[in-house]
Design a protein around this ligand. Structure first.
Ligand code: SF4
Length: 397
């Protein structure tokens, strides 16, 4: 029997991929430990240069404390030498996410088949419904490392949601690279129907989508989100840029006005969050200010800001003319605007009530995914009233 630990870097899809490797090793009879042990699995990310650097660092650190380290995920699948030169006990598994658990498990060796009670996160479960992307944004390496879009059968997704609820998870996040492409051709399910059926599973308290491309925000999806009582009033819709020229150069398939029109039906009751890239090769100061303006006009609160870094194999891989200090300055300004917008939303809630899911000691999230500071047991859904606002969230009475 081997002892093992699993960690991941990057997005929620990386989280679910790490979870699948972990479940497979547990099912094979291996024992999970907090640190050290025989085997480490590092599920890596390659979305920026910085993500690759951190992934490499994590693998090198794990190599010092384990007999074998398996490097999996997007970073492992990126063509290039990201993990060259690491110690000989580091094994890079460059396989698709569906094949990775058995590739790792086959190398570690099965001990037996046991019933695994696997919870990477006690309160919130990430359930992957789709992987890969068939869009071809000019800056993005994800289609190269994850392949074209493909969907899990709806029955498998709904069974997994049921299983997570039975394990005690209160919230399920439907996760994928490009969720709006979800399609089970055999049963005819698309994302709106999947949301309705997953959200109706008995015992589930909250359902969320990890993110959705704005092209897929249509009347049918909005109706499914609004009419399913367990669906959280939060939606993450990547903007990337608010400037039409930059959007065109990114091959993003929408304009700023199109983005605003699509999210307009959600503005009143949904908390909208987004991703934005700053320092794209054709982003001028004026173009950057368009992004700031669209974020404000859309009523977006939280912006995940990514300073542009060229990725190998993409259409913009050879271009990076915006100086690092300019990217840093624009990142800081956009993050400051994001923080101010969050604070404004939290202040609007003063005196109102919300139901908070406590996911860590002293903290939790309201129905719209606003952070609350609350004194209640982890795992509880508690009705609270907003009495004050701090830089970290809303203080519950
Ligand atoms: S939609 Fe664009 S940015 Fe998102 S994963 Fe696909 S190619 Fe990358």
């Amino acid at each position: 029997m081997a002892t093992f630990s699993v960690r991941f870097l990057g997005c929620k899809v990386s989280h679910t991929d790490a979870q699948l490797v972990r479940e497979r090793l547990l099912a094979d009879g291996h024992t999970e430990v907090d640190d050290a042990g025989d085997v480490a699995v590092v599920n890596t990310c390659c979305v920026t240069n910085e993500a690759v650097r951190k992934s490499r660092q994590a693998a090198a650190r794990a190599a010092r404390a384990h007999d074998r380290v398996y490097v999996t995920g997007c970073g492992a699948n990126l063509a290039g030498d990201a993990f060259d030169g690491l110690p000989g006990n580091v094994i890079v598994i460059a396989r698709r996410s569906e094949e990775t658990p058995s590739a790792v498990a086959g190398d570690v060796g099965a001990i037996g088949c046991v019933q695994a009670d696997s919870r990477l996160d006690r309160i919130r479960a990430f359930v992957k419904i789709q992987d890969g992307c068939s869009f071809s944004c000019n800056f993005c390496v994800i289609p190269l490392v994850r392949g074209a879009s493909r969907s899990r059968p709806a029955g498998a997704v709904l069974n997994e949601v049921e299983r997570r609820v039975a394990q005690g998870h209160r919230e399920v996040v439907l996760t994928g690279i490009n969720l709006g492409c979800y399609r089970d051709r055999e049963t005819g399910y698309r994302l709106p129907r999947l949301v309705r059926d997953a959200g109706a599973i008995p015992g589930l308290a909250r359902l969320r989508l990890s993110s959705i491309e704005v092209n897929h925000v249509n009347d049918e999806l909005v109706a499914a989100l609004r009419e399913t009582p367990t669906v959280s009033r939060h939606l993450h819709v990547p903007l990337q840029s608010g400037d039409d020229g930059v959007l065109r150069d990114m091959a993003r398939r929408y304009t700023a006005a199109g983005y605003l029109a699509r999210i307009a039906p959600l503005r009143d009751d949904f908390n909208l969050t987004t991703d934005a890239i700053v320092g794209f090769p054709t982003e001028t100061e004026a173009a950057f200010l368009e992004t700031v303006a669209v974020v404000a006009e859309a009523g977006i609160t939280k912006v995940h800001v990514f300073p542009y870094s060229p990725r190998p194999g993409t259409k913009t891989s050879a271009r990076d003319p915006v100086p690092a200090h300019v990217k840093k300055d624009r990142s800081a300004r956009l993050r400051a605007a994001s923080h101010a917008a969050s604070l404004a939303r939290w202040h609007e809630k003063l005196g109102t009530e919300d139901v908070v899911l406590v996911d860590r000691p002293g903290r939790g999230y309201g129905d719209d995914y606003s952070p609350w500071l609350v004194d209640a047991p982890v795992g509880e859904l508690v009705r609270v009233r907003a009495r004050a606002v701090s830089v970290e969230g809303i203080l519950a009475a």
